[in-house]
Design a protein around this ligand. Structure first.
Ligand SMILES: Nc1ncnc2c1ncn2[C@@H]1O[C@H](COP(=O)(O)OP(=O)(O)OP(=O)(O)O)[C@@H](O)[C@H]1O
Length: 277
């Protein structure tokens, strides 16, 4: 017999809004003969609690897409939503507040403040925003990342791996709607890189966090639940459960069938999974 208590949960899950989404997002640079279509009406939704990697050849529009999604850049047309909030029409002040309240960032260079302790670095975004730190949550994050006995140290007194973990804790402690990573492992050796990716993976698995990273590295992308491939400003593939080899093979395929072979324009030419449905 069906458990009647389970039904509402399923219904709620089906209706859960995406953590972030782009609808028909276009970005062009320049005009006339020199025009560059960095994004060609890209539509994509990022489900809450999922880890997505964005891949594609150099110049395919990965960073542009991520920057528009994170409210760091504005598109030429189309819409972006963070949670239920459309970014269109927000002024600079509102955009800054939205980034501060709803978005976490983990960048290639981890941008810790050298004169502050690990604890102060972790709480800095909340302190700037004048918000109270949720002590229990901070403790849970710090414990999970193995930083409990390092909170009084400055970045120069921490190992490279610990610096990365502090940067991840800082992104997590404000409980953002979504964490964006721009090549978060770009400068790291393979061990440190695996550590950052495991942390991001754990934030999704243990805390239900939503994570979206741009990466060139098939191994890094294999930590994700879902991989979106861009070519020539369009989503050309969107799949879940890919191995490093699958991702490597598809990237090779994109190199052998360069972006000029992707048809011009519009959401109809994208992977069905990329559309707003
Ligand atoms: N400020 C800009 N002015 C002109 N063209 C730009 C500008 N920023 C990006 N572009 C162009 O837009 C396209 C997409 O760039 P984007 O940086 O998003 O690609 P990417 O996939 O992140 O590349 P990479 O992997 O090399 O970092 C490229 O053709 C790039 O040259």
């Amino acid at each position: 017999m069906t458990n009647p208590a389970a039904a509402p949960e399923v219904a709620l899950e089906a209706q859960a809004p995406p953590a972030a989404a782009a609808y028909k997002l276009a970005k062009t640079y320049g005009k006339g003969e020199t025009v560059v279509h960095a994004l060609r009406e890209v539509s994509v939704e990022f489900a809450a609690g999922e880890f997505t990697a964005i891949m594609g050849p150099s110049g395919s529009g990965k960073s542009t897409l991520m920057h528009c999604l994170a409210g760091l850049d504005t598109a030429s047309s189309g819409n972006v939503q963070i949670g239920p909030i459309p970014l269109n029409g927000l002024n600079d002040k509102q955009m800054t507040k939205l980034r501060r309240d709803l978005v976490g960032f983990v960048f290639q260079s981890f941008n810790l403040v050298p004169t502050l302790t690990a604890r102060e670095n972790i709480t800095l975004p909340l302190d700037i925003a004048g918000k109270k730190v949720d002590k229990d949550w901070m403790q849970a994050v710090v414990d999970r990342l193995g930083l409990a006995d390092r909170l009084g140290h400055r970045p120069s007194e921490l190992s490279g791996g610990q610096v990365q973990r502090v940067a991840c804790a800082r992104a997590l402690v404000a409980r953002p709607q979504i964490i964006f990573g721009d090549e978060p492992t770009g400068n790291l050796d393979s061990r440190s890189s695996a550590e950052v990716l495991s942390i991001l993976r754990a934030t999704v698995d243990d805390f239900g966090q939503t994570v979206v990273v741009v990466t060139h590295d098939p191994r890094a992308a294999s930590y994700a639940d879902r991989v979106i491939f861009l070519a020539d400003g369009q989503i050309v593939n969107d799949q879940r459960g890919l191995s490093t080899d699958d991702i490597y093979e598809y990237m090779k395929h994109l190199d052998e069938h360069p972006p000029t072979q992707v048809p011009e324009q519009s959401s109809e030419t994208q992977s069905p999974a990329a559309g707003r449905d």
